[in-house]
Design a protein around this ligand. Structure first.
Ligand code: GAR
Length: 204
């Protein structure tokens, strides 16, 4: 049996997408991957509690405390080396990674974004803001996208997408929850397995 791809999940907040990945792993839906590390961009992230409960090592790396993007990324890179990570998954990770960093991980960083890219994405578009923008525009369908990460925010190759209806009377919060339930928490574990399987296959 080949060893699974070693996955680091980078988070900033509540971590429901991290939970979806942990649940998928526990249910045997991530056979080609193993979540070995969680890194949070802020020490108060509830995602760190989720990691702890699942027995996965979790660390906070604060850009503000470290003072520079270089120091922030060097600390993350040191953790990735220490845990021999093969695949990075951004699951609600709200810090931008530099072109230097992303260039070192071609097709090895995944991100989940809560819209159908290229709609409502790019710099400054994250979390509830994405759903507020979709409601303001009056679109009737939104969704989620999993894509590879390159130097352009939300600009990397699209791997999976799923559409979700917008219903009359939706608030941003209601819509966010529906997009998570109907798209994000399904797509992200699927994408993790797809790329993990590719990594494992590449080792043979
Ligand atoms: C998710 O909706 C994710 O798609 C979004 O932040 C939320 C994090 O929730 N990410 C972005 O907007 C990235 N541009 P979570 O911490 O509960 O997974």
């Amino acid at each position: 049996m080949l060893s699974p791809a070693r996955i680091a999940v980078l988070v900033s907040g509540g971590g429901t997408n991290l939970q979806a990945l942990l649940d998928a792993q526990a249910a045997g839906r991530l056979p080609s991957g193993e979540i070995v590390l969680v890194v949070a961009s802020n020490p108060g992230a509830y995602a760190l509690e989720r990691a702890k409960k699942a027995g996965v090592p979790g660390f906070a790396v604060s850009r503000r405390e470290l003072g520079s993007q270089e120091a922030f990324e060097e600390d993350i890179s040191a953790l990735l080396r220490q845990y021999q990570v093969d695949l990075i998954i951004l699951a609600g990770f709200l810090s931008i990674l530099s072109a230097d960093f992303t260039a070192k991980w071609p097709r090895r960083i995944l991100n989940i974004h809560p819209s159908l890219i290229p709609a409502f994405c790019g710099k400054g578009m994250y979390g509830l803001k994405v759903h507020e923008a979709a409601l303001a525009k009056g679109v009737k369908v939104t969704g989620a996208t999993v894509h590879f990460v390159n130097e352009i925010p939300d600009g990397g190759e699209i791997l999976l997408q799923k559409a979700v209806d917008i219903l009359p009377g939706d608030t941003a919060e209601v819509l966010q929850r529906r997009v998570m339930e109907q798209a994000e928490w399904i797509l992200l574990p699927q994408a993790a397995e797809l790329v993990s399987a590719e990594i494992v296959k590449g080792r043979t």
